[in-house]
Design a protein around this ligand. Sequence first.
Ligand code: GLA
Ligand code: ZN
Length: 656
Amino acid sequence: MKIGVDYYPEQWDRALWKSDSDLMAKTGVKLVRMGEFAWSKLEPRDGQFDFEWLDEAISTFSRHAIGIVLCVPTSCPPLWMYETYPDIVQVGPDGNRIQTGIRGHRCLNAPMFIYYAKRITEQLARRYANNPAIAAWQIDNELEAYPCTCETCRGLFRDWLIDKYDTLDNINKAFGNSVWSSEYSDISQIQPPTAYPKAWQNPALCLDFARFSSDTVVKFVSDMSQIIKLENPRAKVTSNTFFCENAPDYYKLFSALDFTSYDNYPPVKLAGETEELSSHAFELDFMRGIRQRNFWVMEQLSGATGSWSPMGATPRPGQIKGYAMQAMAHGADTVMHFRWRTAVKGAEMFWHGLIDHSNVPSRRFEEFAELCKTASKLSVIETTELVSDVAILYSPDNYWAFNIQPQTEGFDYLQQLRYFHAAFTRYGTNVDIISPTSDLTKYKAVVAPAMYIYEKAAAENIYRYVIKGGTLIMTNRSGVKDTCNNCIMEPLPTVYREMIGAEVSEYDPIGETEQTISDFAGNKFTCRQWCDILKLTTARAYAEYKDSFYAGKPAVTMNRYCSGVTYYVGTVCKMDFYESLAGNIMKQTGIPRLKDLTKGVEVTTRTNGLDDYIFFFNNSEEEADITLPKPMYSIIDGNEKDKLTLMPFDMDIVRK
Ligand code: GLA
Ligand code: ZN
């Protein structure tokens, strides 16, 4: 397993590059990422390139056999470009051009920006794509599907709509433009959703604009990637992503690239008594699910974070090493720490790296050094991957549509997925988070939370899965909208009704109000946010409401459909309900459960088909003891053990 660091040669004296590379080599660093924001150093004036410093930086590190992740610096065009071509700057949803002086201002559709972006990428690729020191390429930085509303984007959005709907008449119908006299009589009248107030905009228009903005990002990365591949078809190209408000369609984004990479900043402070979820295991499983392959962490927590916000607590002892190992437990094959050194200049000087301003390597660095040592002993897991019995479906359309129209106080689409993830992983089983159109046949249970927007391929895929004997769990707000983001005129959950064997006779968006449901065995659970009042057709009640005018009516159902089983959860509960439901479903479907796992201990398994390696991670602030069912060999310390004692954030890996 490889550990790397993010490094900014342009921010440090050359003498430091030399001593840093020596220390990296001694510590066991295998990769260094560079070049990400350095466009003004690489092209100080239009068409004048300076690669001498980058040549030297690359050779300084590669001399120690440290591989280079070279970045295409398109996130930060030099100021001369903005001055000459002010049109390349993004225009915000309010119609105003954003101010330059920070980073990430470029509009990914602006023709002159694309011209320069392609040229710098081509220059870098020609010079370095065949350099054996280059391990991978990163395009831009944390690309968001930013809703730019500049003239170019407006024009392209109109073309995108015509391409999709063919005629203005079709667009008018798809958007329901007879509402509020919004009918387009000329294509020039189509505008991105910039009107105020935001909440009054047409949801169908908003969803298509989100899709268009995402397609923009996908096109950009695939264009840049192609330029690199022209020089070296075997080059490995990625882009570092994260969970952002303007999330692109991660599936499309990374299908245009060679592997997924993720910026991983897990929480330093764990959830308190009142919160329920804090593990970053969800994010990691999500990243692995994008391509259903192992992934890289391109940036990993290294110190106290802050800069544009007040600083948060410094990582607790164990977290630097433990969180990197947690990422590996969920499929990361490479973890790069952000960053080797804490900046002394610029806006990010308080987003701490491994080495502090003092320039004296301290506690966090020591722990990082230990991580490098441990990782170097884990080559045996490099060829392993996670195989899961449980899948949770994430859809970009649903994500965008819920952002456009929040359903009720507290309701959060991603949180719906997180509850189920936390519930199943609580029993030590692997969980995949994947696209609703992925192959589902290998899963023993599939959770399809809030399948809000209808997508034909996804609905057919889900039906096929159940018909052939799968066990499906669906939740409230499913089948609500058609593909255009308009409501479907049928009882909910519309297209899924037959399979669910129940329908929603009325719903009650109760927001933060808490009510109670009781399951078939009389166990009581708190519910909130939303109550679907269900009418059974072929299903049976699994749980019923205890309050309000619908006391006694089904809240959760279970149905046999063809060879499969479907559960429908019409409300949103607290963790104890999801744990109980997941436990029951695992029992029914024969998914192995680890019972009595100490809270906070996370268990995953990576396999190469012959050997299984079980990762035990103590994601808590208390020491944890785990009794193994039989003596097993630890690949961390080479001892045979029948009991593990894990300090906070400690990890052990045993061969089954
Ligand atoms: C993100 C970016 C980095 C840096 C870090 C910390 O993850 O990718 O460039 O800004 O945040 O601030
Ligand atoms: Zn634009």
